[in-house]
Ligand binder design. Structure first.
Ligand code: CU
Length: 152
């Protein structure tokens, strides 16, 4: 086959693939407030789905006082132990940088303050129960939930 034709065919096939994926895209909106609360404690996705989590801080307090993020962890990650490693990591917006913690993170948003929004896009991993939390010190007790990924 002529190489240009082959290239066009490959391009056409990848476009078909992209639009098929787009139909499966999922956007989840979640808010955090000045009372240290998410509005959702249970999220759902399907394995392989492209998931965008939009976090909106609907409070007024600044990031330094009431910062919020969403950090999704691998199934079985113990939240208290993970949160303990987040607390001293102020320089990295309370995301621990040790190898074990980094390996436990599936997806994470930025840390934001009142009135701000952020988002993260990732591919939903294999089926399972993925705990998520806000890693700002002292928040995970209230600000936690579970992303349930179902089989396709
Ligand atoms: Cu928070």
């Amino acid at each position: 086959m002529h190489s240009t034709m082959k290239h066009i065919l490959t391009l056409a096939l990848s476009l078909v693939g992209a639009s098929a994926l787009a139909a499966d895209d999922l956007t989840i909106e979640i808010t955090g407030n000045d009372q240290m609360q998410y509005d959702k404690k249970a999220l759902e996705a399907v394995a392989g789905q492209e998931v965008t989590i939009k976090l909106k801080h609907i409070g007024k307090l600044p990031k330094a006082a009431m910062g919020h993020n969403v950090v999704i962890l691998k199934p079985g990650t113990p939240l208290p132990a993970f949160a303990m490693k987040c607390a001293p990591a102020a320089a990295t917006d309370y995301i621990p940088q040790d190898a074990e913690s980094k390996a436990a993170i599936v997806a994470q948003t930025k840390m934001i303050g009142g009135g701000e929004s952020t988002s993260v896009t990732f591919t939903a991993p294999e089926p399972g129960a993925y705990p998520y939390l806000c890693t700002f010190p002292g928040h995970f007790g209230l600000m936690q939930g579970v992303l349930t990924v179902k089989a396709k």
